[in-house]
Structures are given as structure tokens and as C-alpha cells.
Design a protein. Structure first.
Length: 192
């Protein structure tokens, strides 16, 4: 069973937006630009997550995640003492990609700020979902395809297992890039 959930937005984290934008030192010069960008994008974002759970088993050769088997040692370490996983996909929608494309032509500074806002928003959504899972279980840190020795090609299997395109409108191209770009897939180990 694949579940779909829509979240309410959390407050924007200015410090994180500035960090993603690479702004160091005095940020006063950027505050009005960030405020303008937030005002323009605030009502255009969607906060959607699809997820399911799988039991796992570990052998000397591989980890059976319920939807694939992998030899990833880094994922095995992350999932130590886990009895299952929560597999999820999350997105804030396509609107931010459109604004990034628009402003990359007319205002590179705003395009950069929309990139930073998008990164902060998708991480905020993933954190909200993580926090909800932590209310039910003791969990391992989330782990995504492409981390450590877990091949990025595992994305294909994740997309098949979650039906991301139908459930939350996220597609995957041949280079393993997601669209909308401010989307994440990850594995969360469940320990109890």
C-alpha cells in the first residue's frame, strides 16, 4: 500500500536559505530579495509525500529491502539494527522550477534565491515527514540513492515501488534526475 500525504508549509528558515544561497557575513543586502521571492512563491508550492513500508533482511552478501536487493555496505551500516524501512518520495512541485527558469534569464540573483528557497523547502518537508515517522518508531537517518556506495540507479526501483509519477507527479529521466527538481526520495530505517 502506497500512502500519499499533503503537508502544510512550515515557516521559512532564513538562515538555511542564506546557507543554501552561499551567503556569508552580513545578509541584510539579501533580505528584501528573499522576502520578494518568498512572497512570489509562497502560494505556489505543494508539499506532497508518498511512502510505504517494507520489512528487510540482511545476509552476508546483500540487504533485501523488500523492493530490491543491494550489496551497499554504507546502507547496511545505516540500517544496522533496523527491522524494516519506510521508503518515501517528496516534492514541493513544479512552480519553483518555473520561477528559477524565468529568473535565470532576467535576474540571476533571484534565480539563485529561488534555488536556495527550493532547497530549504524540500528539506523542511522531508524533516516534517521524518518527525512524523519518529513519533511511531525509532529511526535511522534517511539515506538516498547516490549516497555512499548505494548506486544512483536505485532511483528507478524506488520510483517503481512508490509509483511517484502517479502519486505525487515526480518523474525520473535517463540521467536519474527528478522533475520537479526540488524532489527527494529516501530510505528511513525503522528500528522499533
Amino acid at each position: 500500500m502506497i500512502y500519499v500525504k499533503t503537508y502544510e508549509p512550515t515557516p521559512f528558515n532564513m538562515r538555511e536559505i542564506l546557507r543554501y544561497a552561499g551567503v556569508k557575513g552580513d545578509s541584510a543586502d539579501f533580505q528584501s530579495i528573499i522576502d520578494e521571492c518568498i512572497s512570489e512563491v509562497r502560494d505556489k508550492l505543494t508539499y506532497k509525500v508518498c511512502y510505504t513500508e517494507f520489512p528487510i533482511s540482511v545476509t552476508d552478501e546483500y540487504i533485501d529491502l523488500g523492493f530490491i536487493k543491494t550489496e551497499s555496505k554504507d546502507l547496511r551500516k545505516n540500517l544496522k539494527n533496523s527491522r524494516g524501512i519506510v521508503l518515501f518520495g517528496a516534492t514541493i512541485g513544479i512552480a519553483i522550477d518555473r520561477l528559477i527558469a524565468k529568473y535565470s534569464v532576467i535576474s540571476p540573483v533571484k534565480a539563485l534565491m529561488f534555488q536556495a528557497i527550493g532547497a530549504e523547502r524540500i528539506e523542511s518537508l522531508c524533516d516534517s515527514f521524518n518527525d512524523e515517522i519518529k513519533e511511531k518508531y525509532i529511526t535511522a537517518p534517511r539515506f538516498s540513492a547516490g549516497y555512499g556506495d548505494l548506486p544512483i540507479e536505485v532511483q528507478k526501483d524506488i520510483f517503481l515501488a512508490l509509483d511517484c509519477q502517479r502519486k505525487i507527479g515526480v518523474t525520473l529521466n535517463g540521467s536519474m534526475l527528478m522533475s520537479p527538481s526540488k524532489s527527494v526520495t529516501a530510505i528511513i530505517g525503522v528500528r522499533t
